[in-house]
Design a binder for this molecule. Sequence first.
Ligand code: FRU
Length: 492
Amino acid sequence: MTSAMLNRAREYEAQQQKTILPRQRPGFHLTGAVGWVNDPNGFSFYQNEYHLFYQSNPYDVHWGSIHWGHAKSTDLVRWEYLPAALAPDMPYDAMGCFSGSGAALPDGRHLLMYTGVERVTRADGTQAELQAQCIAWGDGINYEKDESNPVLTAADLPEGASDTDFRDPKLWQEPDGSFRAVLASDRGDGSGQVLLYRSDDARAWELVSVLDQSNGKLGGMWECPDFFPLGDRQVLLVSPMNMEPSGLEFHAGNNVIALIGSFDGRNFHREQAQNMDYGLDFYAPQTMLAPDGRRILVGWMQNWATCSFVPAGAKYFGQLTLPRELHWHGGRICQQPIRELEAYRKNRVVYQNVFVERETVLAGIRGSMIDLLLTLRPEPDCAFLQIALRQGGCHETTVTYFPGEQRLCLDRSRSGYRFDVVHTREIAVQPEDGTLKLRLILDRFSLELFVGRGEQTASVVLFTPEQEDGIAFRARGNAEIDVEKYDLIIEP
Ligand code: FRU
């Protein structure tokens, strides 16, 4: 049975969604039906369709009253909104249905697992928001919260762990039908750890191990863990809060890190760590295993440090990234835009061996919804090579390559974002034989950059007026480029 609170959210979404014109939204990046969006949740393949849920506040463009919004797709490019799936309508989740995951079960049920937040008064009279894990069973539209909720509580935590920072279950089913879930936890000293649990029925859970912990080195609390094999490695994805910067690899604040190593079924042995996105707007990603074996990742294309700066008049705020395919290559996790996007490519324009002058503009190379593939070949005397995108009026967003320093600089200070927040990032890159390949996906309000084979990515949100879609190339010194551009045409 759907509660009055969930019905109200569903009705509100249905009404408000119509007031947002298709061109006011990205073409193929998922936003909330209306209002606020943060983390992707419940990413799964259920009854031949991809389901993607998201942390949602339908009533405001700021975080609060956290529901689960819901959308589905057959190709991960075109999304159809479904009615909100979960509302904070039970005592154990009254402060929000926080992040979690989903699994399609062999018996036809769709299982969701999420964090319920409850405000309590402790024995000493202080107030606390307890976090515990809950489950709900559904059919792709309606989800019934389990009677035994919450199913995983502070009583199941290891000694000393915090009961107010215990969240974001990522569950999966093993071939023998049993369940595993990884959970984010604060050790009790402000430092993060990931816990692995096991269950036969998704109701009774037991702690298997502490998979990894920050030890005060890789940030504080680790949010939104995910755990999966990739190639011959095992990956533990975490979103650490409050990190110290480290060279050009990790920036200050919230990062997304892949811890890479091996897993013996109980314990994880970390061997290396890598940043999962070098842009400004990327957090709390979640993966799913597609039926064809691809490991597909989608992230929140925003960040906590800047997300309160919402453009005036916005009816929705926040987007999810384009889903990305993960591959293990050359000792790194590489990410590529999902291949389904290529079916929407139109109007191919190609240039080869273009000598870049101070300001080079190429006929047919422009657009705000495009797939742009570039090969940069700077000569030894080239100080920099710059790509200026979304040009027009006083606006432009630039990607500048400094070959001598093997560095890319991303700058959206003039992208139309009217707040004095962080707008630039520097990325250390590794050209191959003096050549750097870039792929840029533009979708009205964002740029996602893929470097090389996807060894690095950088996601940024833009607020540039749509008609400002010029592209120019600039160089100091000699440089040649190849350019291949496709319009991405996705009918609403
Ligand atoms: C990550 C996060 C999660 C939490 C959710 C609340 O962005 O802080 O840890 O479940 O957002 O909306």
